[in-house]
Write a new protein. Structure first.
Length: 374
């Protein structure tokens, strides 16, 4: 979009992909409405804070859009090392909440380094493969350093324990490996190895609560009032919404406290109960349009690093969206992945806004001549 002739709007603002930003804002506003309803028609304690954080992180995304892809390439590996050090510090100095050691308490803020690793692993892997000749990508040698780059943060996050975030980090790294041209036989072999080692990992590596989540996913009715309660109540909320929903502030599952975590991980179920299938599909279409834009940014990108980064960032947003929806509908185990902009909380909002900001940076570089930015 070009700056208006009148010059009333500064060129950096006029150059932003406003259709995408309006789409993101629309998703965010729908999330505020869901949280307003979940609180019984009150802006506190969730909707107002969510809106404030959204605006702050949107500003962060716009700032990131002015950082050139060349700068992103330069900071990829140093940034990865810094976040990796923070993950190590979490293991030694981290604050414990809810039985998990995932945060660094800095006094004025609780920092969760694993969230920064989600986009950083994509940058680091894109930088690594950008420096390899294409003929080397198809050989076995690069798999070792690539596996270390992905495996070390995955293990550190798994030990917190946070399997959901660990899988997101692993998925981001593997996506870049695939997009870079790693032979398909490597992924098939890895899948077969995981299938063989799966029973052993289930019994020796997973915590008891993680094994329970898998068991309940396979048979939710086995313990409908215990570990299967979340999924059962989520399905009831989604199914009872019908085509058009029960109406704003009329969701019985959330307002009668049947649906646990109806403002966080299961916010989509809260929304569909009141907005119905039509409302749910509207949010799904909005996310798909956002992801489609990210993929198109990668397809138009000028350099290999930009293509790999854009594809990885778009996939990271897809993972958030797809895993949460599968989770609340009982199609995947409950792994604590929120739906960005809909679920209450700062972590997912921040991570996805960072992804959007970097995608806008690559998009700006594609649409405009080099120059400008930082």
């Amino acid at each position: 979009m070009k700056a208006p002739v009148s010059g009333l709007i500064p060129a950096p603002l006029a150059q932003l992909p406003w259709r995408v930003l309006f789409l993101v804002i629309a998703i965010g506003v729908s999330g505020w409405v869901v949280l307003f309803s979940a609180a019984g028609g009150s802006l506190t304690p969730w909707a107002l804070r969510q809106a404030t954080l959204f605006c702050a992180f949107l500003g962060l995304a716009i700032v990131l859009s002015r950082v050139t892809p060349r700068t992103l390439s330069r900071i990829a590996l140093p940034g990865y090392v810094i976040v990796l050090v923070l993950l190590i510090l979490v293991e030694t100095l981290g604050a414990v909440r809810g039985g998990s050691q995932r945060w660094l308490d800095l006094g004025f803020i609780r920092l969760q380094p694993s969230e920064f690793m989600k986009p950083m692993i994509i940058l680091a892997m894109a930088k690594f493969y950008d420096g390899l000749p294409q003929v080397e990508v198809r050989r076995f040698g690069p798999l070792v350093p690539a596996g270390i780059l992905v495996g070390v943060p995955f293990l550190l996050v798994y030990l917190q324990p946070d399997l959901g975030t660990g899988l997101m980090i692993l998925g981001g790294g593997v996506t870049v490996m695939f997009l870079a041209g790693t032979p398909l036989r490597i992924f098939i072999g890895a899948a077969m190895a995981l299938g063989i080692a799966g029973p052993l990992a289930y019994n020796l590596l997973l915590h008891e609560y993680q094994r329970n989540r898998i068991a309940i996913f396979l048979n939710p009715e086995a313990d409908p009032l215990g570990t299967g309660y979340h999924i059962s109540q989520s399905k009831i909320a989604i199914g009872s919404g019908g085509l058009t929903g029960k109406g704003f502030l009329q969701g019985s599952q959330i307002h009668l406290d049947y649906l646990p975590e109806g403002h966080t991980d299961f916010a989509f179920a809260t929304m569909v109960e009141e907005w119905g299938l039509i409302g749910g599909l509207a949010v799904i279409v909005a996310f798909m349009l956002l992801i489609r834009w990210g993929i198109n940014v990668g397809l138009r990108a000028n350099t290999r690093f930009e293509r790999l980064t854009a594809g990885g960032l778009a996939t990271a947003i897809f993972f958030y969206f797809a895993i949460n929806l599968m989770m609340v509908m009982g199609l995947a185990p409950v792994v604590g992945i929120p739906l960005p902009f809909i679920s209450y909380g700062s972590s997912a909002q921040m991570t996805v806004m960072i992804c959007i900001g970097m995608l806008m940076s690559i998009d700006r570089q594609t649409r405009h001549a080099p120059g400008g930015g930082w």
